[in-house]
Structures are given as C-alpha cells and as structure tokens.
Design a protein around this ligand. Structure first.
Ligand code: IMP
Length: 195
C-alpha cells in the first residue's frame, strides 16, 4: 500500500502551505529588518526540517541557522510532560534575536522548556514561528523572551496530523501536504508499515 493510502483526509495542500509560508517569511523579514545583526533561526528537530528549509529561503534578511532536538512524543501520539533537550544548539545566541521554528505547538511543554533554555543563554529576544498551532490542547503557558513575537501558519483542529515534517512513529514526514491518518494507523501502539 502506498503512503498516501494511509491518509483519511488532507487538511492543507502543498500549494496552500507554500502560500502561507511566503506570507510568514515576508512578515518576519519586515518585522526584523531594523536589526543590524543576523537573525538566528533555530529549528526544532526533526519535525520542523521542511518548514525551516522552506521559510529560510523566503526570508530576505541575513540569518544563521542551527537546530535543537527536544524529546517529546516517543513513537506514540501522547505528549510527554517533561521534554528533554537531547541535542543543543552550537552557535552563540548571546545578545541575538532568535526565532524558534517549530512544526506544531500542542500542549506547550516543548516551547516552555525551550524558552527558558534560550533565555538562559542570553538571547536578546526569542520569537516563535510555528507551522501549526493547536490551541485547544494547550496545557502549559509559555512566555516569549524580550520583544519576541508569535507567528503561526495555521490553527490546527484537535487531530493528530502527519506530513510536511510531522510524523507518526517516524513515518509520513516526507508527505508534501498535511493530513489526518486513517484510524487504523493512529491507535497508540500500532506500528504503521508501508509496503
Ligand atoms: P508539545 O510539547 O505538546 O507542545 O508538543 C510539541 C511537539 O509534539 C511538536 O513539536 C511535534 O513534534 C509533536 N506533535 C504535537 N502534535 C502533533 C501532531 O498532531 N502530529 C505530529 N506531531 C505532533
């Protein structure tokens, strides 16, 4: 069965995503144009890799890029309340304006952990640019650092979604759109197999 056959419905197509990413990139380029030092873009691995690759190519300002890895879900669909930074950034962000690029904000646990971590490294401001936001599932409030701003691509209904970087059990990240899995592939403990 092809990977597409596991998808029950598509929420955002390739084209809708591309249009929205262009809008976010021009908003960011405009908001940060007065700063003389390069903007630091920090991608949250692995889920943000496609969104990050797309948005940085549309931002017109000088930037540096790094990645941070935070464990949150394991291989299921239930959020882990105590995220752990398993791989830290390498570049110095002291006195810099930082934008954290996320695939999706769900409970807010990951961002809350990241905000305090990046603030402790001396960032001048920390903004968040998340591709999707699921406000209905928020449990933890997170504070942006300094004059940080919050950007989001789309508000996501309360479904577990895959594609455009987002996975279930590490699969489906390479779908060019965002969709909802058929129920037989989403129950926790089910390991999806593609053949
Ligand atoms: P939070 O800490 O609960 O906000 O979760 C954030 C992380 O959980 C995201 O960066 C995603 O990796 C993952 N996540 C949350 N919801 C989904 C989903 O619907 N599909 C895939 N991954 C998700």
């Amino acid at each position: 069965m092809a990977m597409e056959d596991h998808i029950e419905r598509i929420l955002w197509t390739d084209e809708e995503i591309s249009n929205r990413v262009s809008e976010l990139a021009s908003q960011i380029s405009n908001d940060f144009k007065q700063f003389s030092s390069a903007l630091v873009i920090i991608g949250v691995a692995t889920g943000a890799f496609l969104f990050l690759a797309d948005i940085v190519r549309k931002i017109t300002l000088p930037i540096t890029v790094d990645f941070i890895r935070v464990g949150s879900y394991g291989s299921g669909t239930v959020s882990n309340a105590s995220p752990i930074i398993s791989s830290d950034i390498k570049i110095d962000i002291k006195g810099k304006h930082v934008i954290v690029v996320e695939d999706i904000v769900d409970t807010g646990n990951t961002l809350s952990c990241l905000m305090s971590h990046l603030e402790s490294k001396g960032a001048c401001s920390v903004s968040v640019c998340t591709f999707l936001d699921k406000p209905a599932r928020r449990k933890v409030h997170f504070e942006l650092v300094g004059e940080g701003k919050f950007y989001r691509g789309f508000e996501c209904p309360d479904y577990f979604v895959v594609g455009y970087g987002m996975d279930f059990a590490e699969l489906y990240r390479n779908l060019p759109y965002v969709g909802v899995l058929k129920p037989e592939y989403t129950s926790d403990g089910c390991v999806a197999t593609i053949s």
